[in-house]
Ligand binder design. Structure first.
Ligand code: ZN
Length: 454
């Protein structure tokens, strides 16, 4: 059915808004949509040009890369093919934690950059920076990959996401207007999923009629089970659902597809390097965002063959504010041996063993998403790693790898107050300081772990 508002938004409001603000994401989207069909040879050529550019930039403008390349007797011109990237070492979260200033470009004042933080897959809070140009251009790849789900600019979508930082509409009316009327996004706070909120969201989705929902995998799974049980006759009609931010289990995928009778598109990304890979309509694996990043699967310092599982390492081609070259995310994965049946030529990531967390349950039955707790540790340089374990409704254990000092004690007091507030109860929080936190026997690290429900 023709929707005049969709037409006006796509062809007038959306382009004019971004043009007026000097934001080139639509022009970039056009380029990206052409690039997704490049032959593997041309794509590799483009990647090499971009890799050489960012390595040269990092060498000239960051103390860290200048130092480590000089130590190895390396010059930017020594990067002659993609595999030459192995001449550079892996960048870990702990290196970023220790050398944040050295990694920042001398071309920007700190105030000119966007400061962001991530808990990552291993519960290691890491502060990093990105420049505004990179931030805006990388929004274009999200538009490209969102369109694979059947959504398009001008069409309505919904978000089931963490509220306090990412859902910017909560920050100001201006942001709210942009989100609702320019981007046409409706939001549900995934941090606190209650039956009342989920019921209200069903009504909103039925009224607003978005074509796509994007959300945390576990929150979408929970919401879908609620819908199946309470609203089996709902009238929500979607073209696709994009699951992101954490590992999509086969159980959650099946439950979401059953509840909404549409395809689920798995997506993999991180706050540090943005969108990494997404499924297309074939669901044979996730197409790597290979014209914006270089993804390697490594053991130690070297790439391993397709089909074999190794550490995922990513280089962002466009973050000049803080170049991240060979950044190890803490997730494991494998490149697909076969290429996709669709026309998109971007290479495929076959599987990911990534970020995972449990919901924490409070006494009133509210499920609190693991990401909520991650966000409490953002910006605290003293905390290197954390894990929150729920032993019972009123007993939590907080494991920390941290530098113990006066400021951490004050920060911990605030964190405990926030945990007790969201738990709506004076729960016991047993804090222990450790030298490291081991993953579970399966090798999986859950930054929140609940022993009272699954
Ligand atoms: Zn495909």
């Amino acid at each position: 059915m023709f929707d005049p508002l969709e037409f006006i938004n796509r062809h007038i409001i959306f382009p004019i808004y971004f043009w007026k603000n000097g934001d080139k994401r639509l022009k970039r989207l056009q380029e990206l949509e052409e690039q997704q069909y490049l032959s593997p040879e041309l794509l590799a050529k483009l990647q090499l040009e971009k890799l050489q550019y960012i390595i040269r930039y990092a060498y000239l403008h960051t103390a860290y890369y200048r130092r480590i390349m000089d130590e190895r007797g390396l010059k930017p011109e020594d990067i002659r093919c993609l595999s030459d990237i192995e001449k550079l070492p892996i960048l870990t979260k702990s290196i970023i934690q220790q050398h944040s200033e050295e990694l920042r470009s001398d071309q920007y004042e700190e105030s000119e950059l966007i400061q962001d933080a991530s808990g990552g897959s291993t519960g290691e809070p890491t502060v990093f920076y990105k420049d505004y140009a990179r931030h805006n251009l990388r929004r274009a790849d999200q538009l490209r990959h969102d369109r694979w789900s059947g959504w398009n600019i001008g069409k309505r979508s919904a978000l089931i996401w963490g509220a306090n930082r990412d859902l910017k509409s909560f920050q100001s009316w201006r942001e709210f207007i942009i989100t609702r009327y320019i981007a046409r996004i409706w939001e549900l706070d995934a941090f606190e999923l209650t039956e009342k909120k989920m019921s209200e969201f069903v009504s909103i989705l039925e009224r607003v009629k978005p074509v796509m929902i994007l959300g945390y995998a576990n929150a979408l799974g929970q919401f879908s089970r609620y819908v199946l049980k309470n609203y089996p006759e709902h009238t929500i009609k979607l073209k696709g659902i994009i699951s992101s931010a954490e590992t999509l289990t086969p159980e959650n995928r099946a439950s979401i597809e059953k509840a909404f009778s549409c395809s689920v598109y798995n997506r993999y990304g991180s706050r540090e390097v943005g969108l990494i890979a997404s499924e297309c309509k074939q669901h044979q694996g996730l197409h790597i965002n290979a014209d914006n990043i270089l993804l390697e699967i490594v053991e130690g310092n070297h790439s391993i063959e397709r089909g074999k599982t190794g550490n995922i390492v990513v280089t962002d081609f466009s973050n000049k504010g803080m170049p991240l070259i060979r950044y190890q995310l803490g997730d494991r994965g494998a490149l697909a041996v076969e290429s996709c049946r669709c026309a998109i030529n971007l290479p495929l990531l076959e599987r990911i063993e990534g970020r995972s967390s449990d919901f924490i349950l409070n006494k009133s039955g509210k499920l609190i998403h693991g990401e909520y707790f991650t966000h409490l540790f953002y910006g605290l340089q003293e905390i290197k790693k954390f894990q929150l374990i729920q032993h019972s409704l009123d007993t939590l254990e907080l494991k920390l790898v941290a530098i113990e000092n006066d400021s951490i004690n004050q920060a911990l007091k605030n964190i405990k107050d926030k945990i007790r507030k969201i738990m709506e109860d004076d729960v016991d929080i047993d804090v222990s300081f450790l030298t490291d936190i081991a993953p579970s026997p399966s090798g999986k690290f859950l930054f929140t772990l609940s022993k009272i429900h699954s």
